[in-house]
Design a protein around this ligand. Structure first.
Ligand SMILES: Nc1ncnc2c1ncn2[C@@H]1O[C@H](COP(=O)(O)OP(=O)(O)OP(=O)(O)O)[C@@H](O)[C@H]1O
Length: 560
């Protein structure tokens, strides 16, 4: 209940900030509507009881005639307010997502919270007008109660009490939905993920070639069936509660009418009360829907607001182009108590080409993540220019690095935009062109749209990797960390890339993860990681000379 109240309050405050004019128009018209049923009772009574003919008749004409247009205009004002709020929430969420740090993105709940928040923007914007509608219904009931109580007090009180079952029913519904929606969300998320595998070009093509897409379709069916089952149960329970509330409401209105008639009210008063009550019933039903929207939106809205608040304000990165040294000093690290790195010491200085090698799962990517700060060591220190990196904020620390990960992004934007993402700052076309020098894209217009799904140019896996490398070039940070930078690139282009890295190595610190022996030949130092420990270090000839060493065994098959 408290969550529903907070959701209503926060949405109203957001509407006041984003669309004050439409909120004011919607609220004023709703309050005008609140007076009409009570006015109806007074006017009909006055007309039937002989309190004048033309005055009450004119009044009734205005009241009845105004009800529909006022309702319509109020709804339109509400919708226009909703549109603006929804835009505001969506834009806010995009900025929040853009501010997520690598360490936060690695947390397991982040994607789920982000998706729930995305789904929350519609119901949250819908909620903004609802508190006014609930208030309007409450005012309607109170005024109706006063108007009818002037004929019969018990009747008036029964009309007021008719609000209670609806409010009670929706409170119970909200509790049930607060439990049910997260479960539905999980099933929907699993189904959405599996659907994406079917329709995304890369995974979809693999499944089509394997002829096993139907297995993924079965998984989608399973998740969607579970979600539908939970939803169906929620709808059934909500329907039963709403029906029970409607029944009690009708009984209370019936009781009010009986109390009127048995209380000795004349025909005119009874007719006035009946007419007002019918209009009032409608208002109370609206109140039920409005209240229901608030309580249904509350769990999602709470997640949205908690998530948006949990992401700190933007801390702009500043790229540091010159770094003298980086080091892991006696670093150990465990994922959930499973040790992965033990007492690892790695260092790299400006002008050096340093390689990390080891079998899959040896701990190379973990070491890199510890260096850039996506993970924090359990023991030991990370040093940047000799200083403990713990004293840097995550944004400050990331500014020292240009990191090319194995799962590099394939950004299907224009060529210019895809490369410009390498820098946190706006970049000139000239800088983009320089970053693309000697690549397949050097001669392409910067406005070239990438990605066939946008009607653009389809490019190969290796070409996407070259664009990812161009982003690192454009960024020009003091430390380049390249995790298998040429895994998708042909041998000739690979040689060119490594030759370029060697030629320009004095400008920076370069750390490469590579599984290809020949790329390691000219490294200044190679660290061999095995089972989370540095087991050997040296140059290629030094390591190969130790025939029984881990390195020689790893690369024996690749020796020419
Ligand atoms: N997020 C994670 N949670 C738990 N364990 C993890 C996580 N990431 C990696 N691991 C485990 O840590 C160990 C080291 O993984 P890491 O990714 O550092 O290896 P790697 O040497 O980079 O492997 P590859 O050559 O395949 O990229 C592996 O046993 C892996 O299963």
């Amino acid at each position: 209940m408290l969550d529903a109240f907070r959701t209503a309050r926060d949405s109203m405050l957001d509407a006041l900030r984003v669309a004050p004019g439409w909120l004011a128009a919607h609220s004023m018209l709703q309050l005008v509507l609140a007076f009409l049923p009570g006015a109806q009772v007074v006017l009909i009574r006055s007309l039937v009881d002989g309190g004048g003919t033309w005055g009450p008749l004119l009044g009734l004409t205005v009241v009845v005639g105004a009800m529909y247009p006022i309702t319509q205009v109020s709804n339109i004002a509400g919708q226009r307010m909703m549109l603006r709020l929804r835009l505001d929430y969506r834009v806010e969420l995009a900025h929040v997502a853009a501010r997520l740090s690598p360490s936060r993105l690695a947390e397991p709940d982040v994607v789920r919270d982000l998706e729930t928040s995305q789904a929350a923007t519609d119901p949250m914007s819908d909620v903004a007008g609802k508190p006014v509608q609930v208030l309007s219904a409450a005012v309607t009931s109170v005024l109706l109660c006063i108007a009818i109580a002037s004929i019969n007090v018990l009747s008036g009180l029964l009309v007021l009490a008719a609000l209670v079952p609806t409010v009670l029913a929706f409170t119970l519904i909200s509790r049930m939905e607060a439990k049910g929606w997260p479960r539905v969300g999980e099933y929907e998320r699993a189904a959405a993920y599996a659907t994406e595998q079917l329709i995304q070009q890369r995974s979809g093509t693999e499944l089509a070639v394997l002829g096993s897409g139907w297995k993924v379709a079965d998984q989608i069916a399973g998740s969607r069936t579970q979600a539908t089952y939970v939803l169906d149960r929620m709808i059934r329970t909500a329907m039963n509660l709403e029906l029970a509330a409607a029944l009690v409401t009708v009984m209370l209105f019936g009781g009010a009418l009986i109390a009127l008639v048995t209380g000795g009210a004349n025909g005119g008063a009874a007719a006035a009360a009946v007419a007002g009550t019918i209009t009032g019933l409608n208002a109370i039903r609206q109140c039920g829907y409005a209240f229901g929207s608030i309580v249904t939106a509350a769990p999602q809205a709470m997640i949205y607001r908690r998530f948006a608040r949990s992401v700190p304000p933007a801390a702009r990165q500043t790229v540091v182009p010159q770094v003298e040294s980086v080091a892991l000093e006696h670093v150990s690290f465990a994922y959930d108590d499973v040790p992965v790195l033990h007492d690892v010491c790695i260092e790299a200085h400006r002008g050096e080409l340093v390689a990390l090698v080891g079998v899959n799962g040896a701990g190379k990517s973990t070491a890199i993540n510890l260096l850039v700060g996506s993970l924090s060591p359990d023991c030991g220190r990370v040093l940047i220019d000799g200083k403990d990196a713990r004293h840097l904020t995550e944004a400050e620390r990331l500014g020292y690095f240009g990191l090319l990960v194995q799962e590099f992004g394939r950004f299907e934007f224009t060529l210019r935009d895809a490369v410009a993402l390498g820098s946190p700052d706006p970049v000139s076309d000239q800088a983009v062109r320089t970053a693309l020098t000697d690549t397949f894209a050097a001669g392409l217009p910067l406005d070239t749209q990438l990605g066939q799904q946008w009607g653009g140019t389809g490019i190969s896996g290796g070409q996407w990797q070259r664009l990812a490398l161009s982003r690192i070039r454009l960024r020009n940070a003091g430390v380049w960390i390249l995790d298998e930078p040429t895994s998708a690139i042909d041998a000739e282009a690979e040689r060119e890339i490594f030759a370029d890295l060697r030629r320009t190595k004095d400008e920076r610190i370069t750390i490469v993860v590579s599984h290809r022996a020949w790329t390691l030949r000219e490294m200044d130092r190679i660290y061999v990681i095995d089972g989370g420990t540095v087991v050997q270090q040296g140059t290629y000839p030094e390591l190969m000379a130790r025939q029984t060493g881990r390195f020689a065994r790893l690369f024996a098959a690749q020796q020419e």
